[in-house]
Design a protein around this ligand. Sequence first.
Ligand SMILES: Cc1cc2nc3c(=O)[nH]c(=O)nc-3n(C[C@H](O)[C@H](O)[C@H](O)COP(=O)(O)O)c2cc1C
Length: 246
Amino acid sequence: MESIKDQRKFLHNDLWKEWESIDRDQKKGIKPPAVQKPYPPEAPIIDLVAVQDLTVGEMPLVEALKRRKSRRDFTQESLTIEELSFLLWSTQGVLGENKKRGALFRPVPSAGARHPFETYLLINRVAGLQAGLYRYLSLEHKLCFLATESELFSRAQDEYWLQKNEAVLFIWTITPYRTEWRYGVLAHKMIAMEAGHICQNLYLACEAIHAGACAIGAFWQKEMDALLDIDGEDEFAIYLARVGKV
Ligand SMILES: Cc1cc2nc3c(=O)[nH]c(=O)nc-3n(C[C@H](O)[C@H](O)[C@H](O)COP(=O)(O)O)c2cc1C
């Protein structure tokens, strides 16, 4: 019971009163961290469809809102690259950048425009793409190919997420320091709230292309981080979503 109360405190906003005195790297004049994780120079890069060329996603917002629900049963149909481009842009695309502030503007809000997320994709069924692990390079609006299916099976400590039920599994990781740099100890609740914004955009964008999404908060931390080959400290998975045609 004590631990439930402790966890509740994480949701309180008491510390905001101490904003002026909170220890933060921005206040010390330290330069902002990179807005995007670097990618391996040898990694194959895949072009996506630019937002101005998209022909999908025209459904009126009110219809997408009315249709929205968590979808867990998907057809075997593949997504197209254009549909995937739309989903990635809707969730973490770039609308603008302030290089001096190290700030980005996207279709989702982020406290202080810090955007501490990276988007990984476990792709099972996207026409023209081999199955495997990819990462969205939002600044370039491209995909970076990271691992084949067989590499994933060999590194997996748990094969649950390699079962191919969905066309694509979205996996959002966070690099907490991007937000901690500005907010210090106040960063973490905001990061959790921001994850919800991203997933809601995914739900609506999926409905707009007659696909569906289901948010996933229940996954095993260590095993997911191992699958992504990330350190679990300075970057770790925070939220997933299944996506497929319905
Ligand atoms: C933060 C969060 C975590 C969730 N985690 C899971 C999950 O792990 N597994 C799952 O099947 N659904 C998950 N869901 C989906 C909820 O079960 C779903 O939103 C709820 O049943 C209401 O249904 P609706 O989205 O169709 O309105 C999650 C939803 C949210 C917002």
